[in-house]
Ligand binder design. Structure first.
Ligand SMILES: Nc1ncnc2c1ncn2[C@@H]1O[C@H](COP(=O)(O)OP(=O)(O)OP(=O)(O)O)[C@@H](O)[C@H]1O
Length: 288
């Protein structure tokens, strides 16, 4: 592309617009996921590299040059899930019912309430911009309308697909019995069981809104952007769902985090002074 205005053709404009569109789509794909942090790291790296070149720091520039070449390959490995998600998004058939409706919200919230009342554990991920195809592939593919009885039946004890997570795309249930990535057991949420850590883990790697009903406590919570929110009642759940999914808002920063239970001394931590153990949290377990 020529930089001279005289030779700046409509084709160049199209070229620039397409590149801008691709960059924007890439941004939409990674925003709200851990890839954003990696991108920030790359920007810092690039900044240091430019600075080293400007200042004529030959050894540092040489090292960063070499690291950059290797880094390109490392990026492909590192961003493999995001790259796969991007291709999946491009190849996704159009015209399916991927838009969520108010009726689906009510049915979903009602199902959550009923599951919580009966203390039936449940894990439901709602896809937003990051495609969840790779996680759906770990379970059983479905194509059903979101409805209260259907969701209740999926998680009913002894139901064949009650183990694992369910994935929703808009008003459709697209998979059940799925394996979500577990948040490491040595992280902030180490006192939580695997259902909660799977919810947090998926929300950390994608921008999905992940709902959890605790079998032990009958509580309803939302995991978003790697954080687990507090217990919600039905009204709060509906409000959050409407804002996060059905109005397509980006409220990743506004989800109030759940209080993190103190770590007992026998696990290398101490309860903060004067703080009583939080009996509202899932109890310690021997092995998840
Ligand atoms: N990686 C995972 N992906 C999806 N679901 C999972 C995963 N790991 C565990 N689960 C689900 O969580 C269930 C076990 O939950 P567990 O009791 O360990 O967690 P918890 O967070 O304490 O939840 P609860 O409060 O409901 O007991 C499993 O039976 C399974 O259905």
């Amino acid at each position: 592309m020529s930089l001279s205005l005289g030779t700046f053709s409509p084709r160049d404009v199209l070229d620039v617009l397409l590149v801008a569109f691709l960059i924007y789509q890439g941004y939409l794909l990674v925003v709200g996921t851990r890839a954003v942090n990696v991108l920030r790291g790359i920007l810092v790296f690039a900044g240091v590299w430019v600075l080293a070149r400007l200042l004529g720091l030959t050894t540092l520039s040489y090292l960063l040059d070499r690291a950059g070449t290797v880094g390109l390959f490392a990026l492909v490995v590192l961003f493999q899930p995001e790259l796969r998600a991007a291709l999946e998004r491009v190849g996704r058939p159009r015209g399916r019912d991927v838009g969520a409706s108010g009726a689906a919200l009510q049915d979903l919230a009602r199902a959550m309430e009923r599951l919580a009342e009966r203390k039936t554990g449940a894990l439901i991920a709602i896809e937003r911009r990051t495609p969840l195809g790779e996680y759906a592939a770990t379970g059983v593919g479905l194509d059903a309308r979101v409805s209260t009885p259907f969701l209740e039946a999926l998680f009913a004890r002894n139901a064949p697909l009650h183990d694992g997570g369910v994935i929703l795309q808009g008003s459709r249930v697209v998979a059940a019995g799925c394996l979500f990535p577990l948040q490491p057991a040595d992280g902030t949420y180490r006192r939580y069981g695997t259902r909660h850590r799977a919810a947090i883990g998926l929300s950390e790697l994608t921008d999905a809104v992940v709902l959890v009903v605790s079998e032990e406590r009958g509580s309803m919570r939302i995991a978003l952007a790697g954080r687990l929110g507090p217990d919600l009642n039905g009204t709060e759940l509906r409000e959050q769902l409407r804002a996060l999914v059905y109005d397509r808002a980006d409220l990743a920063g506004t989800l109030p985090p759940a209080p993190v239970p103190p770590v007992p001394a026998d696990r290398g931590g101490e309860a903060p002074p004067g703080q009583a153990p939080d009996r509202g949290q899932p109890p310690e377990r021997g092995g998840a």
